[in-house]
Design a protein around this ligand. Structure first.
Ligand code: ADP
Ligand code: GLC
Length: 493
């Protein structure tokens, strides 16, 4: 099939309405680029009660919608507004599930116990909404375990549906570590037949595994970089699902995330104190000075600042970093600007560093989009020591801000950062392989040495970094190819 596609994209988060990480960025930006290239896409997310109806001009569009969940029938309503480029976004409004302060978890970071019900309901409601709107999707695009059930619904419950019967299911895995594994008792709520609760579909060690079922039923599956696609096909990187991904053969691919440069470009960014380009970099030093002030760091243009913006979870390598960050601060002329929220233990550790290292470490525990932009702009380096990283967006944002990434060579980090070559001055950042405090310590030392003692190379790295272009155009086109292959697969099988 060529030409314009009708696409339904369903996700648990979408920037600017609700976001904890990169999934929110992708769900908020990819649809706009697909829309601009002529596709007819609608987005569906939950109506979380913290979303501000007034500022986003959100209005009710379906007053009463009935959604059948197993033997239960749930009555909800649906709200609507538009993303900047004009993409319609719908919000499933059901207070008992979505009227809570956070997206996935309680304030103490423990998951809401009914997450499998909440997101199964979201998925089913999104399909019901197609009926309410008389929208005939060619593609239903699910994201992560939360909505991974969608391809199974299409195949099992909507096979002969006049509106949804021909739709192909696509699943994007943003992070294979989160699979949605829950007690078997949740399976009944899905309304799927018992025969699909088997080890090749939804069952995993007698529990239900939503991502696994999605991989089985989707007409095409992708993840968010080529490197991570390869890693997830190995026993070490597949978190138990490598065998099923290998079984997909060519129907499992990697497509690198793009960046929405209307949000993340120092030349235009409205959230930073001064704009800048490589040709006129002076604004970066204004950003640095104001960041130092904001995070109570010692005002010093010469001292390099290392930024970290992250979910504070094990995957991001932050326990490993905690073993060496104090050595770094004690032995090197450097400052840290840290923003994040997550595990209690990591929040406690990174939140307390500024008291112990006044003027050298600044941190903010919580979610703060403006500060995320200011750290990108005001830092000299950006550190991501991830254990695994499906794509990673912050290192790509950093490149554009001339903030050289220091990354562990894994997944999307390895695919997007080119290691510094001290012989030629080529590269865009600094990479290490070992998952150890020593490797982080040495690589930070190498980066700082380059900053202080090889100024011409540092400038060259910065220039090349800022010239990198990871805009969505190319990746959105790859999604269109993925969608067309999913349609062919659906027809031929
Ligand atoms: P992940 O999706 O695994 O969290 P990514 O690098 O793909 O990692 O995306 C993280 C996104 O979330 C970036 O846009 C980053 O700026 C943002 N982010 C992470 N933590 C915070 C925070 N505490 N406050 C504001 N933005 C954050
Ligand atoms: C996930 C991954 C991250 C990726 C993001 C968007 O949260 O951890 O690496 O960039 O999804 O795809």
């Amino acid at each position: 099939m060529t030409g314009s596609l009708n696409i339904l994209l369903v996700a648990s988060e979408c920037f600017p309405f609700a976001k904890t990480g990169g999934l929110g960025d992708v769900a908020g930006s990819l649809p706009q680029f697909l829309h601009q290239s002529g596709h007819n896409i609608i987005v569906v997310i939950p109506m979380y009660s913290f979303i501000d109806r007034t500022s986003y001009k959100i209005g009710t569009t379906v007053k009463k919608m009935e959604v059948r969940m197993g033997s239960e029938c749930i009555t909800c309503s649906v709200n609507k507004t538009k993303l900047t480029a004009g993409v319609p976004i719908y919000f499933i409004d059901y207070e008992p599930f979505f009227g809570r302060p956070n997206i996935y978890h309680n304030d103490d970071f423990t998951d809401y116990a009914d997450n499998p019900r909440r997101f199964t309901f979201l998925s089913k409601a999104a399909l019901q909404l197609c009926h309410e709107l008389n929208f005939r999707p060619d593609i239903v695009h699910a994201n992560d375990w939360h909505t991974a059930i969608l391809p199974a619904y299409l195949k099992r419950l909507y096979k002969d549906d006049p509106l949804l019967g021909d739709a192909a299911g696509v699943l994007t895995i943003h992070n294979i570590a989160y699979q949605g594994r829950y007690d078997r008792s949740y399976y009944g709520y899905t309304g799927l037949p018992e025969e699909d609760f088997t080890a090749d579909k939804f069952e995993c060690l007698r529990a239900v595994n939503f991502l696994k079922g999605g991989i089985h039923f989707a007409n095409m599956v992708n993840t968010v970089s080529k490197g991570y696609a390869a890693e997830t096909k190995t026993p070490a990187g597949g978190y138990g699902l490598h065998e099923w991904l290998n079984k997909k053969g060519d129907d499992y691919v990697g497509i690198l995330n793009g960046v929405d440069y209307s949000q993340w470009d120092p030349e235009k960014d409205t959230l930073i104190p001064a704009n800048y380009t490589y040709a006129d970099i002076s604004g970066k030093y204004v950003c640095k000075s104001i960041l130092q002030k904001q995070l109570k760091l010692k005002r010093s243009e010469k001292t390099p600042v290392i930024g970290i913006v992250s979910r504070l979870v094990e995957q991001k390598g932050l326990y490993v970093l905690s073993a060496c960050i104090e050595d770094i601060v004690n032995t090197m002329d450097v400052q840290f600007a840290i923003l994040g929220s997550g595990d209690n233990q990591l929040e406690g550790f990174y939140g307390s560093l500024p008291q112990r290292y006044a003027g050298k470490v600044g941190s903010y525990i919580g979610y703060n989009n403006e500060l995320a932009h200011r750290i990108e702009a005001g830092s000299d380096f950006f550190l991501m020591p991830s254990i695994t990283e499906p794509c990673g967006l912050n290192q790509i944002y950093s490149l554009k801000y001339g903030t050289l990434p220091i990354v562990r060579a894994t997944g999307g980090l390895n695919d997007t950062v080119e290691n510094y070559n001290p012989d030629t001055g080529d590269g865009t950042g600094f990479k290490f392989r070992d998952l150890s405090g020593k490797a982080i310590y040495n690589t930070v030392g190498w980066a700082l040495d380059t900053y202080h003692n090889r100024k011409s190379h540092f400038k060259k790295l910065m220039k090349k970094a800022m010239e990198q272009n990871f805009s969505w155009e190319e990746s959105a086109e790859k999604y269109v190819q993925l969608y067309n292959r999913a349609i062919e697969n659906k027809k031929s099988r």
